[in-house]
Structure formats: C-alpha cells, structure tokens
Design a binder for this molecule. Structure first.
Ligand code: FES
Length: 251
C-alpha cells in the first residue's frame, strides 16, 4: 500500500489565448500514493467546487494512455517525471512528501491556450488532414498473402503508429517543432506497401502544412524523443527527410 503524501501544488491559470496567466498555489493534504495524477486534480477540483471557486481546466479522456488528450507539463517535463508514460499513467507515488509540483500547459505558438492548461491542438488535425487518404481498392477481398510485408517493416510501422498525437514532442522542443509527430505519421504509412502510392504527396503536404501552422524547425536536440510517452524514435525524422527530398526531386 502506497503511503499518503502532502505537497504544494502550483497550477497555471489563464482565461484565454491572449489573457495574462498566473500560478495558483494549493496545499494538498494526505493524497494516497496510488492516486493517479489526474485523480489528484479531480480531488483539487472537488475542493474548489465545494469552496465555490472555479475548477482548474485540463484535458483528459481515456485515462489509459491511448487517446493522447492529457497534456500537462509537470515539473519541467511533458507528462511529468515518468518515462514512456502519459500524464494519466502517472501516479502520486512518483512524488515525495513536501514536494512542490508545478503544472503548466504545453507552451507552443501553434497550441494556443483555451483555458488554464487546456490547449488547442487542432493544428495536429490539420496536418493529418493534409496527409490525405490511403488508397484502398474495393471489390473482391484479396488473399491474405497477396501483399507480403516483411515482419521487420510491419513491426516498425506498428511502432510508428503508436504515436498518440499528444503534442509532448512539440512541448519538449525548444523550437516548438512537430517533426517527431509528423515523421511518425508519415512513417507508419510509408513503411507499408499500401501507403506507398501517395507517400510523396503525403510527406510534402504534411511538412508544408506543419510549416504554415507555425511549428518550428528541428535542430536535432532529441528532446522530443526523450520525452515522448510512446518512445517514438527520431529515426522517423530521418525517414521523413528522405521522403520529402525524394518527393521534391521527383517534382
Ligand atoms: S487521457 Fe488518454 S492518453 Fe491520457
């Protein structure tokens, strides 16, 4: 049984994208160590509602590490101190009695604050939309063995597809670059034969949309890879660069 801890919680409050923000400080008492970070914030909000104060706004949905909605910058790290885990998979046992825990939103020009620590990540949806569709021929179902895919390629494509689009890579990057996200999404299709017909068009369109939306350039600091909750590799960025350059050459 994890022991209870008491700590100081500082949370970022901001009324909108252009409003001035500030930290509110709360003393949290006797929180069980097996409480998840989001459950701890639920406890804070219950206390605020009981005191007739405005609850703290933060994003969340599945609370199982699969939807990519939770997006808190905790003590200087996207998703907090745990590696390979999202905010919803972080438990209070990671912290010590008497700690000061600071919670901020993803800070990026491309992710404007909606309220408090909820940011608008619609820019990622626009990049995905720019990538377009994957050709799927309809008609008679094909034999399962008609398109043979080497196991290494299938495994690598699946690793790339585990990117949940949370935006931690952008939050971690001093340039606010979205290259790890875009390269993972390009790679998950480029590695499979079904993704090849539109591969060049897809890489070009997604990179250009990323640039238009105000994301920064990649300078290979590898902060994105270090902080990604799904352990996406920057080898994907090299693949995206190759796809992009060959598409430009083909033009
Ligand atoms: S709430 Fe879905 S990944 Fe955290």
């Amino acid at each position: 049984m994890d022991k209870n801890i008491s700590f100081t919680l500082k949370v970022w409050r901001q009324n909108g994208p252009t409003a001035k923000g500030h930290f509110d400080t709360f003393e949290m008492k006797d929180i069980p160590g097996d409480t998840s970070f989001l459950e701890m914030l639920d406890i804070l909000n219950e206390q605020l509602i009981e005191a007739r104060q405005e609850p703290f706004v933060f994003d969340h949905d599945c609370r199982e590490g699969i939807c990519g909605m939770c997006s808190l910058y905790i003590n200087g790290h996207p998703h907090g101190p745990a590696t390979g885990a999202t905010t919803c998979q972080l438990y209070m046992r990671r912290f010590k009695d008497g700690d000061v825990i600071t919670v901020e939103p993803w800070r990026s020009a491309a992710f404007p604050v909606i309220k408090d620590c909820m940011v608008d990540r619609g820019a990622f949806d626009k990049i995905i939309q720019a990538g377009g569709y994957t050709t799927v021929r309809t008609g008679q179902p094909q034999d399962a063995n008609a398109i043979l895919i080497p196991k290494e390629d299938a495994d690598e494509a699946m690793d790339c597809a585990t990117c949940i689009g949370c935006g931690a890579c952008v939050a971690a990057c001093k340039n606010g670059s979205a290259m790890l996200f875009v390269s993972s999404k390009v790679s998950q299709l480029a590695l499979l034969p079904q993704g090849r017909p539109e591969a060049a068009k897809r890489a070009k369109a997604m990179v250009m949309t990323m640039e238009e939306l105000g994301f920064g350039n990649c300078t290979n600091t590898r902060a994105c890879e270090a902080e990604c909750p799904k352990n996406e590799s920057i080898a994907n960025i090299a693949r995206l660069n190759r796809e992009f350059i060959s598409a430009k050459l083909a033009d």
